[in-house]
Design a protein around this ligand. Sequence first.
Ligand code: HAM
Length: 421
Amino acid sequence: MMNKITAIRGFKDILPQDAWLFGQIESRARDVFACFGFREIRLPMMEKTELFRRGIGEATDIVEKEMYTFLDRDDQSVSLRPEATASVIRAYIEHSLFASEPISKLFTIGPMFRRERPQKGRFRQFNQIDVELFGEENPQADAEMIAMLMLFLEKSGLKDFALEINSLGCPSCRPRFSRALTEFLQGSEDSLCPDCRRRIHLNPLRVFDCKVESCAAVLANAPMIPDFLCGDCLGHFSAVKSILDDINIGYAVNTRMVRGLDYYTKTAFEVKVSTLGAQNAVAGGGRYNGLVQYLGGPDVPGIGFAVGVERLLACLPAPRAEVFKTDLFIAALGEKALKMAFPYAQQLRGAGLSVEMDYSDKSLKAQLKRADKLNSAYTLIFGDKEIEEKQVILRNMNTKEQHRVDLNHLLDQLKKIIKER
Ligand code: HAM
């Protein structure tokens, strides 16, 4: 026997039952987002590497270590997208969406790629539901995005999830914090891992992404962003909190949350669950004023979030299972009957009924068994005698009742019976 070829590590097949659940979650997202005025956008999975380098930040783990980057045949460096925000902004700028509407509300659903170490809840290809809002600076928009995320998670059936928020400041107050953090880290350099030592000079905020325990111990005493916020950021953050209070959305302020991407300003948030182990974030997002301009567009503020679909599905309590149903099974007995029945199957499917047939000329008993297995509501029995008499037998698989149906009126009768059930 030949060697079997398996999927690549960290790349997962989504089998029919899960694919159905994915579909359910996606339609829930579409319904909820429509209530808030968001519209879908579909984007390429591969972009010029430069987009992510500039958009996400050179010194982030994602860009430094996790991107699937390669030279295309024309020597252009391209990357599989590790996230969607940069791509949504690229499309927003490329198609001048800002020129036709002052506020753009977009969402996109699809696979992202990060070459992380696979573990429970962490894959190299995973799916995100990503939402972005451009053109609104008001803290009301931050609260609206968070409220929409919470409503979507609730409507998806998620229980026991917790919202954490923080403010990451802006270009006028963040440098003061970065300086204080750098000084602090330089004082404890010997206790930090080599990665963090490098980060001190490159991008000190990224030390908060470090998973090494000894670094976490050092960081427990590090300066905290909220102590350095300027008046504008402080005002924005307290307005967001107060609007969340008004609409009864509970949250905890996590002063150490910096998010793993460089583009955030002001509000940042994550939704965590307790059932997923180390990979406990189901969703994350925040504001990114300045990023649209940094990627070559106008100075338009933005805010967004992404939900990890696999993680969300993994923590839904006993997700509903798909009930697979067939309207009609056609049991054709013999070659002639099979030839005769096949066009009817085609016509009935064309009329919107789900129809199954068995082509292996098995006994009636075996075919009825298969009809039951397929959860078929009716079976239509075509035998030589039935064809001669131009009347076939329709069997209700539930009540086992059978009656004859005239072949000349088969389509009309079946459509009527099956639609009425
Ligand atoms: P992120 O926090 O990197 O944010 O990812 C969002 C969510 O994607 C995570 O909370 C998690 O549920 C899921 N996720 C991330 N990596 C993996 C993985 N390797 N395997 C499975 N699930 C994963 C972003 O991507 C930002 N673009 C969100 C955003 C949109 N911010 C503003 N707008």
